[in-house]
Design a protein around this ligand. Structure first.
Ligand code: ZN
Length: 203
C-alpha cells in the first residue's frame, strides 16, 4: 500500500510556516513502515530536536484507478481516519534550505499514526468534516475540511494522474493551523466530529 500526503492544503497553515499557497496539490509520500496503528506509543527519534505534530484527516482509497475524472472521484474513497503526520521540523528546514527532498524528515519509521477508519456514510456531512487535535488535553488544532484548498475529489484526480491508486492506499489530506512541537511525556488525542479516534503517547 502507498501513503500519499498533501502539504499546505489549508491557507492558515501555509501562512503560519511562511510558505506560499500552492497553485496545485503538493504531494509527498511516506513508506508503509511509517504506519503506527492501534494507538501504540510513539518513541521520540534521536535525530531530531524539533519534532512537530500535524493532525490530519486521512482518506482511504476504495478502489483501483488511474487518471480519475472529476465526476467519478468521490467513488474512489469511502472512509476517513485521524492521522498525525509527524515531522522532524529541524531536519526538514535544513533539507528545504538546500532544495533537497525531505523524505527523512517526514517518512521515517512510525511517523504516521493512523486511527481506525469510519465510513463516510456514518458522517452527517462528508463535505465538511470537523476534526480536532488535543495536546495534553488542550485543543491545539481545530479544522474543517470545508477549508481545504484542494478538495478530496481534486486530490483523487490529481494524484491519480501520476500514481495508480490502489484500494487500501491512504491519503493524508493536509493539516490546518496550529502545528507545534511535542516532548516526551506528551499525549496527543485526535477526534473527528467529536468522537475520539486516535491517542498517541510520546515516549
Ligand atoms: Zn502534513
Amino acid at each position: 500500500m502507498k501513503i500519499f500526503c498533501i502539504g499546505r492544503n489549508y491557507v492558515d497553515h501555509a501562512k503560519e510556516l511562511n510558505n506560499p499557497v500552492p497553485s496545485e496539490p503538493l504531494i509527498f509520500m511516506k513508506p508503509p513502515t511509517a504506519l503506527l496503528l492501534n494507538n501504540r506509543p510513539f518513541f521520540y527519534p534521536d535525530f531530531t530536536q524539533d519534532l512537530h505534530y500535524e493532525g490530519e484527516i486521512v482518506l482511504r482509497v476504495a478502489k483501483n484507478g488511474r487518471s480519475v475524472e472529476p465526476e467519478f472521484a468521490s467513488r474512489y474513497y469511502d472512509a476517513v481516519a485521524f492521522g498525525i503526520d509527524f515531522t522532524a521540523r529541524d531536519v526538514q528546514d535544513k533539507l528545504k534550505s538546500k532544495g533537497h527532498p525531505w523524505e527523512i524528515a517526514k517518512g521515517f519509521d512510525r511517523s504516521a499514526p493512523v486511527s481506525r477508519f469510519i465510513s463516510l456514510e456514518e458522517l452527517k456531512n462528508a463535505q465538511d468534516i470537523h476534526f480536532q487535535l488535543k495536546k495534553n488535553g488542550a485543543v491545539v488544532q481545530d479544522g474543517h475540511t470545508r477549508d481545504l484548498i484542494f478538495t478530496f475529489d481534486t486530490l483523487i484526480c490529481h494524484i491519480s494522474r501520476y500514481f495508480t491508486l490502489h484500494k487500501g492506499d491512504y491519503i493524508f489530506t493536509g493539516t490546518p493551523a496550529g502545528v507545534g512541537p511535542v516532548q516526551i511525556g506528551d499525549v496527543l488525542e485526535g477526534s473527528i466530529e467529536g468522537t475520539e479516534l486516535l491517542r498517541c503517547a510520546i515516549k
